[in-house]
Design a protein around this ligand. Structure first.
Ligand code: KIV
Length: 261
């Protein structure tokens, strides 16, 4: 059964929440089959799938396209859709765009930073919101860890409290010192989901391409559970060799007469 905001709230301090990003139908299908309770269609899609230098190039139309694909692959999984850069610049514009993501298949939306008025407005209109603080890539100058100075840590903690107070049901903490994540996790009633924020958050999220080893750059806090880039290379080389030697398609089973695989 698809989980909703209250189910994730009930998991806090009871069961760690495993979140992965997905951008395509077959990957989403695999995550749902594996029992992943929540999929984030993040604007990281711009960097890891579309080849952009920054998430700032992602548009609302890109997000609608990817959310639709993920929903078709994972009909029974909670999907969070990221509001891309500048689409949440004020409460009214954010509402229009959040509704587009919901119509595309998202169950909730995520937005970066302490945009308290925007979160309040979306929640008041019945849209569940996930917050995101610490490193916020849409506006960050680089991907260095944040919150290392006392004043920065204080700011991030205050932002976290404000985001919860505004009505967010979950908070992503990205690339902050572990001790700061621990303090925020202990302070908030809503679950925290860490990415580069240490082991004591209420859950963890990874970018699926990083977890699959499908890329040429992995953040230091990520883990490669597979080496899909290497498999692509091997498959492409083998295919090319077999076509040139005419071994393929002579050695494969034919399609059935129905045309189905
Ligand atoms: O866009 C994204 O995938 C994210 C995660 C890195 C948390 O925001």
């Amino acid at each position: 059964m698809k989980m909703q905001a209250q189910d994730f709230l009930a998991m806090k301090a009871v069961k760690p929440i495993a979140m992965l990003t997905a951008y395509t139908c077959p990957v989403a299908r695999g995550l749902e089959k594996a029992g992943i309770p929540v999929i984030l269609v993040g604007d990281t899609v711009g960097m890891v799938e579309m080849g952009f230098e920054s998430t700032r190039d992602v548009t609302i139309e890109h997000m609608e396209y990817h959310i639709g694909a993920v929903r078709r692959g994972a009909p029974d999984t909670h999907i969070i859709g990221d509001l891309p850069y500048n689409t949440d610049r004020n409460p009214e514009i954010a509402l229009v765009n959040a509704r587009r993501l919901i119509a595309a298949g998202a169950d909730s939306v995520k937005l970066e930073g302490p945009k308290v008025d925007v979160i309040e407005h979306l929640v008041s209109q019945g849209i569940p919101v996930v917050g995101h603080t610490g490193l916020t890539p849409q506006t960050a100058k680089n991907f260095a860890k944040v919150g290392r100075t006392e004043s920065d840590a204080k700011r991030i903690k205050e932002e976290s409290v404000a985001i919860q107070k505004a009505g967010a049901f979950m908070l992503v903490l990205e690339h902050i010192p572990y001790e700061l994540a621990n303090v925020i996790t202990a302070t908030l009633a809503v679950p925290t989901i860490g990415i580069g924020a240490g082991p004591n958050c209420d859950g963890q999220v990874l970018v699926i391409n990083d977890a699959l080893g499908l890329g040429d750059y992995w953040p230091p806090f990520s883990k490669q559970y597979a080496h899909v880039s290497q498999s692509i290379l091997e498959v492409a080389k083998l295919f090319s060799k077999e076509v040139e030697s005419m071994e393929f398609p002579n050695n494969i089973i034919q399609f059935s007469s129905s045309g189905k695989r």
